[in-house]
Design a protein. Structure first.
Length: 262
């Protein structure tokens, strides 16, 4: 039983460099500071899924030679996590079948409103030569579901400016946190096994109204106590080396195409 987790994009909504702010605090000489928007690929045994579909999804799929997926799980419907969804048509074309995606009712309803043309059903596959063919699956917080070999438990995250969902994979071997200020207390009770990997967003070191600070992130990491933690979703205020210097030995900042095998 083995995992491969790939950080296809490690950046926040503007990416790094950003159009408005350039490199900001990030050293442009360090290639780990060049960040696409956040998408994660998790592979476990024969199952491969994505968390979110960033606007940079096409180049992300090409960079890792991804032509097959077993499903997509969405954390929320902000553009930097969703608006690459149309690129999944190429997965449909490669496999000549529909692809399932999963999200809470709020997230699924947003996708249906913004991208009605890509919706298919279990009984009907769209013409993949012309449009994506995706099947919506509504999930509920703390009700596990499975994709292939992976058991997935959605958890509630608090304090962002829209409802957001984190995920526990295989009872918490992987803990994935999306945009948040606080983890719902009930989520901690769902972690049934020692945590091997935790991925958590930062955005900016000092935090913002809708995003946790580095201090908050490190407190949550200490409470969950993973073997290894990765800080993801970093904006131009987050220089790779600066963040790395502020973290303990088992915590490190992410970078694009970072691969974690365990």
């Amino acid at each position: 039983m083995s995992y491969k987790v790939t950080i296809l994009g490690s950046g926040a909504a503007p990416g790094v460099p950003s159009v408005a702010g350039g490199w900001g605090c990030c050293n442009p000489e360090n290639p780990k500071n060049r960040r696409l928007r956040t998408t994660i690929c998790i592979e476990y045994n024969q199952t491969r899924i994505l968390i979110d579909t960033s606007p940079d999804l096409r180049i992300q799929l090409l960079s890792m030679h991804i032509r097959h997926l077993d499903g997509i799980v969405y954390t929320h419907a902000h553009a930097d996590h969703l608006h690459g969804i149309d690129e999944l048509r190429e997965i449909n074309r490669a496999e000549l079948k529909s692809l399932n995606f999963y999200g809470t009712r709020d997230t699924v309803n947003s996708i249906k409103e913004r991208f009605p043309y890509l919706l298919a059903s279990k009984e009907r596959t769209n013409n993949v030569a012309k449009q994506p063919s995706l099947v919506a699956n509504v999930i509920d917080y703390y009700v596990p579901f499975t994709i292939g070999d992976i058991k997935i438990t959605p958890i509630r995250l608090l304090g962002h400016n829209m409802p957001t969902t984190g995920y526990l994979f295989n009872d918490g071997e992987i803990v994935y946190i999306a945009d948040y200020r606080q983890i719902d207390e009930a989520a901690f009770e769902q972690i049934k096994v020692p945590v091997k990997l935790m991925i958590v967003p930062l955005t900016t070191p000092k935090g913002e109204k809708f995003h946790a600070s580095l201090e908050d992130v490190l407190l949550d990491i200490r409470r969950i106590n993973p073997e290894h933690a990765v800080i993801n979703h970093m904006a131009i205020e987050c220089d790779y080396d600066d963040i790395n210097r502020c973290t303990p030995d088992n915590v490190e900042p992410a970078f694009d195409n970072m691969c974690l095998n365990f």
